[in-house]
Ligand binder design. Structure first.
Ligand code: NAD
Length: 499
């Protein structure tokens, strides 16, 4: 992943961007019904960024009505499968064509290096839309075994109006994880992006229209969780809510569904994933995986490997190697710098939360070996250096709470049994990894970790063919893969008796 462009190139492109945006409802930009707006602060330098429509229940009503009208008319779900596929593939292509602009918008909102936004986020967003577009003309319904006197068709039908509520850490990728299968299945969508990161969603909606998606099929309402997310999840005319975010808000969303119309719910929530290193492991590979697995995207990753479980005899050697990987490879810099591998955290309050948990870790008896402190403060941005805290025990706050920052908590263990108990001693179950040269142990251990994804001697490998999601309080329902379509559909049985 190399960025061909200089910082000056991105600064110049930034000057030409339209950053005052309304909602996107029924195929066009619209101001909030109330006329209110809010201003996003740029994480990279603390300066004012986009000015966005501040939505509330009235805007949600308008967007849901547009989505319902589009669904009821059959303007999208009634199209020939081949035509729907062409539109989604065109949309994916437009995302690629406008990749630099989308990457810039994402970086402006999130503070991640623009080269990562371009090489990872834009690429995976386009791949997601393409993957589900390609499925459209390959999905079959079923005929149930009934005997010769009757026929029962088992049809897989779209639900209707899907609400998608998404977080700020990988906005474009997570939007695509929901938009791709929901729209490919024939639904209409109202997307509420995180208030910190709305720009890429608004541009994706414009590109969808340009690709030929009918107005009203994909709507975006911007604003805050309580003001937009809550009325959306409580709405009586929304059939499903697909949520990615914190476990705390996920529980609220489930409650809203129960209080309103029993809409279906899918939840992709938090994590506190263990990366377990046995003494016989390839320590260089483990150090690289631990560093990148925890520090990529400044640790703002739901499945970040924030708990390093290391067998006691190799603990010091492994920590030294992790520090060497950080110094050698993980350049923290302004997101427009071509050298930047990680950038700023999302906002000042979040940076304070991360630093507060580091302080709690030290107070509880942990030892800060390097990093985990604010840097580049003279830029006005919210930068925290990658760091490691050792001497952590699994009952400390830094081992239990999701930190969502570039901080690794190292916990020593002696036996395999003890390591598995610590790995599973968490409310979360999103991901985990085991490093060992003993393949029997690797497989035994990977079966034992109670998590949606487990890696052996690697971390963070993924592609669209594999389902992603959690166990326990990391949620339920899966994004990605052919299986993701299922949660946006339901089965309908049609019987016919023969005379
Ligand atoms: P968050 O829960 O604060 O917000 C997520 C979304 O919910 C935002 O759009 C927000 O505006 C909205 N929201 C907030 N309050 C709401 C309410 N009362 N009703 C309805 N919507 C509301 O999470 P965040 O800080 O944006 O993102 C970080 C979290 O997301 C972390 O916990 C992370 O682990 C999780 N996450 C999970 C996955 C996954 O696939 N499992 C992926 C990315 C992020």
């Amino acid at each position: 992943m190399t960025n061909q462009h200089s910082r000056a190139y991105w600064e110049e492109r930034l000057a030409g961007l339209l950053l005052a945006r309304g909602h996107f409802i029924d195929g066009r930009g619209q101001p909030a019904v109330s006329g209110r707006t809010f201003t996003r602060t740029r994480p990279m330098d603390g300066q004012p960024g986009a000015v966005l429509a501040r939505g509330d229940a009235a805007d949600v009503d308008r967007a849901v009505a547009a989505a319902r009208t589009a669904f009821a008319s059959g303007v999208w779900r009634g199209k020939e499968p081949l035509e729907k596929k062409r539109i989604m593939l065109r949309w994916a292509e437009l995302i690629r064509v406008h990749g630099e602009e989308l990457a810039l918008l994402e970086t402006l909102d999130v503070g991640k290096p623009v080269q990562a936004s371009l090489g990872v986020d834009v690429r995976l967003c386009a791949e997601g839309i393409q993957y589900y577009g390609e499925m459209i003309d390959k999905m079959y319904d079923e005929i149930a075994p009934t005997g010769p006197k009757a026929r029962a068709l088992v049809r897989k039908v779209p639900l209707g109006v899907v609400a998608a509520i998404t977080p700020w850490n990988y906005p474009m990728i997570i939007d695509a994880w929901k938009l791709g299968p929901a729209i490919a299945a024939g639904n209409s969508v109202v997307l509420k992006p995180a208030e910190q990161s709305s720009l890429s969603a608004l541009r994706l909606a414009e590109l969808a229209i340009e690709a030929g998606l009918p107005a009203g099929v994909f709507n975006v309402v911007t604003g805050f969780g309580e003001e937009v997310g809550k009325p959306l999840a409580l709405h009586m005319d929304v059939d499903m809510v697909a949520f990615t975010g914190s476990t705390e808000v996920g529980k609220l969303v489930m409650g809203y569904a129960a209080q309103s119309n029993l809409k279906r719910v899918a939840l992709e929530l938090g994590g506190k994933s263990p990366l377990v290193v046995f003494a016989d492991a390839d320590l260089d590979a483990a150090a690289s995986a631990a560093a990148w697995g925890c520090f990529y995207n400044s640790g703002e990753t739901c499945h970040a490997a924030t708990r390093l479980l290391v067998q006691r005899p190799v603990q010091d050697a492994l920590i030294e190697k992790i520090e060497a990987v950080v110094r050698r490879e993980i350049v923290l810099a302004h997101p427009f710098e071509p050298s930047a591998q990680i950038g700023a955290l999302i906002e000042a309050e979040h940076m304070d939360k991360v630093l507060g948990l580091v302080a709690a870790g030290e107070k509880d008896g942990g030892r800060r070996v390097f990093g985990a402190e604010r840097v580049l403060s003279e830029t006005g941005g919210y930068y925290v250096s990658p760091g490691v805290i050792t001497d952590v025990t699994n009952d400390m706050r830094i081992a239990r709470q999701e930190i969502f920052g570039p901080v690794l908590a190292a916990i020593a263990f002696d036996t395999e049994e003890e390591a598995l108990a610590i790995a599973n001693d968490t409310i979360y179950g999103l991901a985990g990894a085991v490093f060992t040269r003993d393949m029997d142990r690797a497989h035994r251990f990977s079966e034992g970790i109670h998590a949606g994804t487990v890696w052996i001697n690697t971390y963070d490998m993924s592609n669209f063919a594999t389902p992603f999601g959690g166990f326990k309080q990391s949620g339920f329902g899966r994004d990605r893969s052919v299986h993701a379509i299922d949660k946006y559909c339901d089965y309908k049985t049609i019987w016919q008796q023969f005379g």
